[in-house]
Design a protein around this ligand. Structure first.
Ligand SMILES: [Zn+2]
Length: 379
């Protein structure tokens, strides 16, 4: 049986310029590589950013339980000008692998495929390994939900998932993500009654009401945090009053806000709570309101279980790091995994999305070793 070297595979992946949801043949390439070592591969289409659909991959080895999954993405962000070394050449120089996606996250994908290929060759085991590769993690995020829908239809059940996003910071394995905060945006518009500012009593000023709403929301504590997530926080990001005159009280005033919330809240109950506060203040000020919300993602969190502690122990053994379990960072495809217990552990995030993205070769080797040992211990 064939095995794949993580550095060589990462180079091959970087050479596909898969910016946005452009495929450029990368999923076919991965399917071939995975079929060779015994995976059954399915391409799942989802809506792309251009006219062509995005191609995502689900690959499974084995049929029985337990079922461990690795999740990654092959799309990369642009920001491709002024590189010292061409972003898609995948040049190895002075101990670094250079190129777009070397850290985020073709490097990580290469590490888990390499580890899996070696594990399948060396060990007999009972259970299944699957791989999900999405094509739009950096943009639209339709790929992972499309794969999850496919899995539900097929009755596929994943028991534990490792998301290979670059979670590490100063050294590989110093941080492991076990969840993410939720994010929600809101716009509150307050309606009063316009009038001449000289005639107090004839108008209702929505600016006054809006200022009081903002003050009230900012002084209300949403919670005091959880063991792994900080207290939820609401920030106003824009205020707007359309008014060209100095002596006219406006009809309406609006403000935008963003809330980062922990796992003590669901967006639905949080909306209710905020609307209640807003409307109570508005009512006192004799104003009407319109409140709109857009949810970017719910908070999620895997309570540290035996798999998470097992991974933490392996990281310690391979790197010497006592990994911090936390919920930092931006959103990732992990948010689409529903109730599947999971963690995020990958390369360092020191140059992701930047010009001259690169990863130390030693990091790729360490991460492959960690993934290999996770498989050894899982089965
Ligand atoms: Zn990523």
């Amino acid at each position: 049986m064939k095995t794949y070297n993580e550095i060589k595979l990462a180079q091959e992946l970087i050479r596909f310029p898969s910016v946005k949801t452009e495929d450029k043949g990368i999923m076919k390439f991965l399917s071939r590589r995975l079929s060779t070592i015994g995976f059954k591969c399915t391409i799942i289409k989802s809506k792309g950013t251009g006219p062509k659909p995005a191609l995502n991959l689900y690959a499974r080895f084995g049929k029985s339980k337990p079922h461990i999954n690795f999740l990654g993405h092959t799309d990369v962000v642009a920001n491709l000008n002024n590189w010292k070394i061409s972003p898609f050449k995948a040049v190895v120089k002075n101990g670094y692998l250079n190129g777009r996606g070397s850290q985020d996250m073709k490097g990580g994908v290469a590490c888990f495929i390499s580890a899996i290929s070696k594990f399948i060759k060396n060990k007999k085991f009972k259970g299944s390994i699957s791989i999900i590769i999405t094509a739009d993690e950096e943009t639209t995020g339709y790929g992972c939900p499309a794969v999850m829908k496919y899995l539900r239809r097929k009755g596929e059940k994943i028991d534990f998932s490792i998301v290979g996003e670059p979670s590490s910071n100063k050294s590989v394995g110093d941080e492991i993500r076990i969840g993410r905060r939720g994010s929600m945006n809101g716009i509150v518009t307050v309606y009063g009654r316009s009038g001449h500012s000289a005639f107090a009593g004839t108008y209702i000023n929505p600016c006054t009401a809006l200022a009081k709403i903002i003050a009230k929301l900012k002084s209300t504590s949403l919670d005091n945090g959880t063991k792994f997530m900080p207290p939820s926080n609401l920030e106003f990001t824009k205020m707007n009053v359309d008014n060209l005159s100095e002596n006219v009280v406006p009809q309406s005033a609006s403000a935008k806000f963003n809330v980062r919330f922990n796992s003590k809240h669901k967006s639905a109950s949080l909306k209710k709570k905020l609307s209640k506060i807003i409307n109570a203040v508005a009512k006192k000020e004799k104003c009407k309101t319109k409140i709109e919300y857009r949810v970017s993602g719910e908070a999620f969190y895997t309570k540290p279980n035996k798999e998470i502690y097992m991974v933490k122990k392996i990281v310690k053994k391979v790197t010497g790091n006592s990994a911090k379990l936390n919920c930092r960072g931006g959103t990732s495809d992990s948010r689409f995994l529903g109730s599947i217990p999971r963690l995020e552990l990958g390369l360092r995030n020191t140059t992701i999305h930047m010009v001259d993205e690169r990863s130390p070769i030693s990091d790729l080797k360490k991460l492959t070793k960690i993934y290999y040992k996770i498989l050894e211990n899982y089965f």
